[in-house]
Design a protein around this ligand. Structure first.
Ligand SMILES: CC(C)(COP(=O)(O)OP(=O)(O)OC[C@H]1O[C@@H](n2cnc3c(N)ncnc32)[C@H](O)[C@@H]1OP(=O)(O)O)[C@@H](O)C(=O)NCCC(=O)NCCS
Length: 180
C-alpha cells in the first residue's frame, strides 16, 4: 500500500491529457471501463466551461505522491421532482492500481459529497467481475444492494452489474479515517 496521502483536487489544464487518455486508450482505461471510442475533446470543452464542476455532477483529480493518478466523478440521479442523490465512479491509471489509492480516493469523495451537498445517498455500480472495485467500495462503507442483471453492455455482451450505496447515516468515523 502506498503511504502517500491521497487528495482530491480540481482538474487543471495540465491534467487534461491524462483524462483524455481514458477516452482514447483502451489499455489506460482497463477492461471494465472501455466502451469504444467517443468524442475525445468532450471533457476539455466541459473543463473550459465549468472546470468539470457543475451542479449536476463533477470530476476531481486523484493525487498521490505529488502526481495525478486518475479521477473520481459523480452525477446527479433524480429521486423525486424535488430530491436527488449521486452516482459516483473512479478511474485510476494502471500504474496506480492495487496500492490502496482507489479505496482512499473513494472514501475521500464520499466525505466530500456529504460535506458539501445535502444528499442522503451515494450509489456506485460496477460489473460483477470487477472485484477490486467491489472490495474498495466495501472498505469505504458501501453496502451491496444487489445485482442488476444484464444492465451494462460492453465488449459484445450484456454484463451483470452490482449496485452499492452508502447513506449519510452509515458514515462512521472509521470510514472517514479511510479517506486519509
Ligand atoms: C477499481 C479501482 C478504482 C480500485 O482501486 P485500487 O487502488 O486499484 O484498489 P485498492 O488498492 O484500494 O484495493 C482495494 C481492494 O481490492 C483488492 N484488489 C486490488 N486490485 C485487485 C485486483 N486486480 N483483483 C482483485 N482484487 C484487487 C485489494 O486487495 C483490496 O482489497 P483488500 O484490502 O481486501 O486486500 C482501480 O483498480 C481502477 O481504477 N480500476 C480501473 C477502472 C475501474 O475499474 N473503475 C471502477 C469502475 S466502476
Amino acid at each position: 500500500m502506498s503511504d502517500d496521502p491521497v487528495i482530491l483536487r480540481p482538474v487543471f489544464e495540465a491534467d487534461l491529457p491524462l483524462l483524455e487518455s481514458f477516452l482514447t486508450d483502451p489499455e489506460a482505461t482497463g477492461p471494465f471501463q472501455w466502451h469504444g471510442w467517443s468524442d475525445p475533446a468532450r471533457w476539455r470543452r466541459r473543463w473550459a466551461q465549468d472546470g468539470l464542476l457543475g451542479d449536476d455532477g463533477g470530476q476531481l483529480m486523484v493525487e498521490a505522491g505529488a502526481a495525478a493518478q486518475g479521477f473520481v466523478a459523480w452525477r446527479k440521479v433524480a429521486a423525486t421532482r424535488s430530491s436527488y442523490y449521486w452516482n459516483m465512479g473512479i478511474q485510476l491509471r494502471p500504474a496506480a492500481r492495487g496500492r490502496g489509492i482507489g479505496t482512499r480516493a473513494q472514501a475521500a469523495l464520499v466525505r466530500y459529497l456529504f460535506a458539501h451537498t445535502p444528499v442522503m445517498r451515494i450509489e456506485a455500480d460496477t460489473e460483477t467481475a470487477n472485484t477490486a472495485e467491489q472490495r474498495a467500495l466495501e472498505k469505504c462503507g458501501f453496502l451491496r444492494e444487489g445485482v442488476l442483471r444484464s444492465a451494462g453492455f460492453r465488449d459484445g455482451r450484456w454484463r451483470d452489474v452490482v449496485r452499492y450505496s452508502v447513506l449519510r447515516d452509515d458514515v462512521t468515523a472509521q470510514v472517514l479515517r479511510a479517506a486519509v
